[in-house]
Ligand binder design. Structure first.
Ligand code: ATP
Length: 868
């Protein structure tokens, strides 16, 4: 819409056909059909064909294609066909994996997509941002990302950061007035809010004038590049490892090639063999297996309420050694109920409020007026602290909506967790009252008088001490306390922070927010997994300590610290102390960043929760920023690596367990792939050095590496998660996945498989000649690698893990076994796969030798590996 800022709000509503009830469903439908969804077009999405073609970009595949073409020209058509078939099958498998991984990542993105609150059919509803249409009335508040362009129609001190459009990093104050001038630049269109901006303060209502590509953001972005998922550190280090390994393998291939030429084999055969050996030895599936296992892992985690926004988080989760968590809603239920009120030196149980007591009623009324929540039988909307206040009003039959209409709100200073206060200016009769509620420690210094039934008198030191004592009593039993005060001002005043002083104290309201049932158990699990849980809260120190003690985070009061104490410590001093502090109370967002840094400086991997607009820097600073899905702002979610859909601490602990398991599973897949490949290389090297005939035809190695090996590797990545991982200390994030001990195990296992393969080869050579020997070596290598999959399921013996608990591995094993037997037993395939018919006796030898590595490894595990 052109020059909207020049038009009056009424004109815009008329042009856009918006009535007092907002848009109707039919209108929305019509507009959607006309203008489409509110989204920026994405580019760079690959088609299935492109993904398929990309599978051929691999250097090894190119070499193989070259080799196939050469052998075709030399008349060896059969082997060329086999090579092509294997490459195509491998590419199909790669494409399916890629698409599956992408699908699961996309569905994750959809789960954490932004939402907007709009007014339609006469009520306020929440919808995905992409469903916003022109003419919608949008509600904005601090922490929101604005999803469309629009004109402000109601303004409550809103400030927004428009840096994505204007580059200006400071927040700008927005206004309601109509602008007269023409051609006003974006930065000066004060009565408009644009898509991509972030609300940093206050709130507003706006009418949407442009969506999607028609917004100012859409015009600048034109085409939004699909954000490419960055490779995780694990993928990077595996790619790096793969490259180094390729060099070593290349050297081995050149050696084998030279030896073969020296022994007088035909050049082309020697070349084909060297190529096949390279393919057999290089674990090109490594990186893609990591991707698929990570992607499938995130899918599982999303079902358990943890949505991963950055794939890297899955890896880091396994190394988390500190979890810094909010209290309210994460460790507690966020279901507040008022327990007591305190007025005139008296603590009164909320069930025993006196109907005729004017001061008690006044306090309750102040609670209703100085809050934004709505509560009825069907729904509770808003901050649970305020919902509790509204519910308290029921005792006096006070309904928030009618009360707010009767004593209308003239203006307000919104709640802000830094200030810990909220004020509203309400018209009461012919006067205007500024009502302030908030944390007692902040409010008490601003009170100069106190109200009792007799009237208002000066606020004395004695009053202060009494009130603070009550506050302490409430806090000690874990109650949250809100203090209430007011003053009368001129009704034309626009209240500012300056006005929050010289107030008249009225009373306190205490409320209970019990810990979540699962919190204590989750804290215990954390501690036994070597993870330090830390509570960081805006609440009072004594309240926080009481709850922390109940759930096992805090043992001794000395482990609690307040934000102001932290402010007095230098970074060095904080680093010294940080390990001894379990609870931080009355913290500011800056405090959170310092706490994270101090832990990180001590070499820890820190997970940190956050929900507010100011939490984003701390979330980014931490190794894993965790945003609250229910109560969190869009800004916090955007900055986070993980979003909890249930805001629950126990979910974080579950996610850590998943992270550890996923890492273990990836390690097991790698172990499987590398030990199998090592076996192939050792066998070939041995045969070359011992001047034996070449043990495998190229097609044999291709068959094993490209067909029967990938599926078990994926199946190992899907191994059911083990609870025992939470009995170990967190993994050092800097230790390589391929540790020395894993390397040794891989070598020993590869060696054993190679020995069995060569025994089969020797037996074949001795009794039946070269061709049968080669078939026996191929079958033994293939089968023993398939069986070896079961050795790679975990540290312990499979008989302890549960032989049948990984059904995917059985499926992969069954399929591999079937493929092998088809090749061995179906006569017409013999020529293509270069296998000779085998006798029952040969088969017995193959099966026996293939099971041998399994038996040896299992015996070792049963004797030497202790169960956790
Ligand atoms: P957490 O960080 O664990 O979620 P919290 O929810 O207790 O902590 P805040 O919401 O920042 O932290 O609240 C800090 C303090 O501000 C509370 O202890 C309370 O005294 C006061 N407070 C909370 N909500 C309101 C509100 N809606 N209006 C006025 N004061 C409030």
């Amino acid at each position: 819409m052109k020059e909207v800022y020049k038009k009056s709000v009424e004109d815009i509503k008329e042009i856009l056909g918006v009535g007092s009830d907002g848009l109707s469903d039919a209108e929305v439908q019509k507009r959607r059909e006309e203008y489409g969804y509110n989204e920026l077009r994405e580019s760079g999405k690959k088609t299935v064909l492109q993904v398929f073609m990309e599978q051929f970009k691999d250097l090894l595949v190119i070499i193989l294609v070259g080799a196939a073409v050469i052998s075709m020209f030399l008349g060896n058509v059969e082997s060329a066909i086999v090579i092509f078939a294997v490459i195509i099958l491998n590419a199909i498998l790669g494409t399916v994996q890629h698409i599956k991984a992408e699908q699961s990542l996309n569905s994750l993105k959809a789960l954490s997509s932004p939402v907007a609150r709009v007014f339609r059919n006469g009520s306020k509803i929440e919808i995905p941002s992409r469903e916003v249409v022109v003419g919608d009335i949008l509600f904005l508040e601090a922490g929101d990302y604005v999803s469309a362009d629009g004109r402000i129609i109601e303004n409550y001190s809103i400030q927004v950061n428009e840096s994505s459009l204007t580059g200006e990093s400071e927040s700008v104050v927005k206004e309601l007035y109509t602008i007269e001038a023409s051609n006003v630049p974006i930065g000066d269109r004060k009565n408009m809010i644009f898509a991509g901006s972030l609300v940093t303060y206050g709130r507003a209502e706006m009418i949407v004038t442009d969506i999607g590509m028609s917004t100012e953001l859409g015009k600048v972005a034109t085409l939004l590049e699909t954000t490419k998922e960055k490779k995780t550190p694990l993928q990077v280090s595996l790619d790096d490892f793969g490259k180094k390994l390729a060099m070593v393998i290349l050297a081995i291939c050149i050696l084998v090639f030279s030896l073969n030429i020296y022994r007088g084999y035909v050049l082309i055969d020697s070349f084909m063999f060297a190529v096949a050996l390279a393919v057999a030895a290089i674990p090109e599936a490594l990186s893609s297996i990591v991707t698929i296992v990570l992607a499938l892992g995130t899918q599982k985690m999303s079902k358990q309420n943890a949505i991963i926004r950055k794939l890297q988080a899955v890896e880091s989760l396994g190394s988390v050694s500190v979890i810094c968590s909010d209290k309210t809603g994460t460790l507690t239920q966020n279901k507040m109920t008022v327990k007591n009120i305190y007025v005139e030196d008296e603590i009164i149980d909320s069930n025993k409020l006196e109907i005729n007591n004017k001061l008690q009623e006044k306090l309750v009324l102040m609670g209703l007026l100085c809050s934004d929540a709505i509560s009825d039988e069907e729904k509770e909307i808003g901050d649970p602290t305020e919902v509790a206040l509204i519910n308290l009003g029921r005792i006096y039959e006070l309904k928030e909506l009618s009360i707010r209409e009767k004593y209308s709100r003239l203006n307000e200073i919104p709640f802000d967790s830094d200030r810990k206060l909220m004020s509203t200016l309400n018209k009461i009769g012919d006067k205007a009252s500024m009502i302030t509620k908030g944390a007692l420690d902040v409010l008490i210094d601003r009170c100069t008088s106190i109200e009792s039934t007799e009237g208002i008198r000066e606020f004395t030191q004695e009053d202060r001490e009494k009130i603070e004592k009550v506050n302490e009593e409430f806090s000690k039993v874990g109650l949250r306390v809100l203090a209430f005060a007011y003053k009368e001002v001129d009704e034309n005043t626009v209240i500012t922070l300056e006005d929050e002083k010289e107030l008249t104290f009225v009373g306190l309201i205490s409320m209970m927010d019990p810990p979540r049932e699962e919190s204590a158990k989750a804290v215990e699990a954390c501690i036994s997994a070597g993870i330090k849980p830390v509570m960081i809260t805006g609440d009072h120190k004594i309240t926080a300590s009481a709850i922390a003690k109940e759930i096992g985070i805090l043992k001794d009061e000395s482990e609690a610290m307040e934000g102001y104490e932290l402010d007095m410590l230098s970074d060095e001093e904080l680093k010294e102390k940080v390990e001894k502090i379990s609870v931080y109370a009355r913290v500011s967002p800056e405090n959170k960043i310092r706490i994270v840094r101090a832990w990180q400086d001590k070499g820890n991997v820190v997970a940190m929760t956050g929900d507010g607009v100011n939490d984003a820097p701390a979330l980014k600073q931490s190794d894993i920023g965790i945003a609250m899905g229910i109560t969190g702002t869009e800004v916090a979610k955007d900055a986070a690596a993980m979003v909890l859909t249930d805001d629950n601490f126990a979910t974080i602990v579950k996610a850590v367990s998943n992270g550890r398991n996923i890492y273990e599973n990836i390690k097991n897949s790698i172990r499987f792939l590398l030990s199998g490949n090592t076996a192939g290389i050792i066998a070939v090297l041995y045969a070359s050095l011992a001047a034996l005939p070449i043990p495998f035809a190229p097609v044999h190695l291709l068959f094993i590496n490209l067909l029967t090996d990938s599926l078990p590797a994926i199946a190992l990545g899907l191994e059911p998660h083990k609870a025992s991982v939470m009995k170990e200390k967190p993994r050092d994030i800097n230790s390589p996945i391929l540790s020395k001990s894993l390397g040794t195990e891989i070598f020993i296992e590869g060696f054993i498989i190679a020995v069995c393969t060569m025994i089969a080869f020797r037996i074949g050579l001795f009794y039946d000649g070269n061709k049968v020997a080669s078939t026996m070596a191929f079958a033994t290598l293939c089968l023993s690698r398939l069986v070896h999959g079961f050795n790679c399921r975990g540290k312990e013996s499979v008989f302890k893990i549960g032989l049948f608990t990984n059904k995917y591995l059985w499926l992969a094993f069954g399929l591999g076994l079937a493929l092998l037997n088809i090749v061995l037993l179906v006569k017409p395939l013999g020529g293509i796969f270069q296998v000779e018919p085998l006798t029952i006796h040969n088969l017995k030898i193959i099966y026996g030798l293939s099971i041998l590595p399994f038996i040896l490894v299992q015996i070792y595990k049963l004797i030497f590996i202790k169960a956790k």
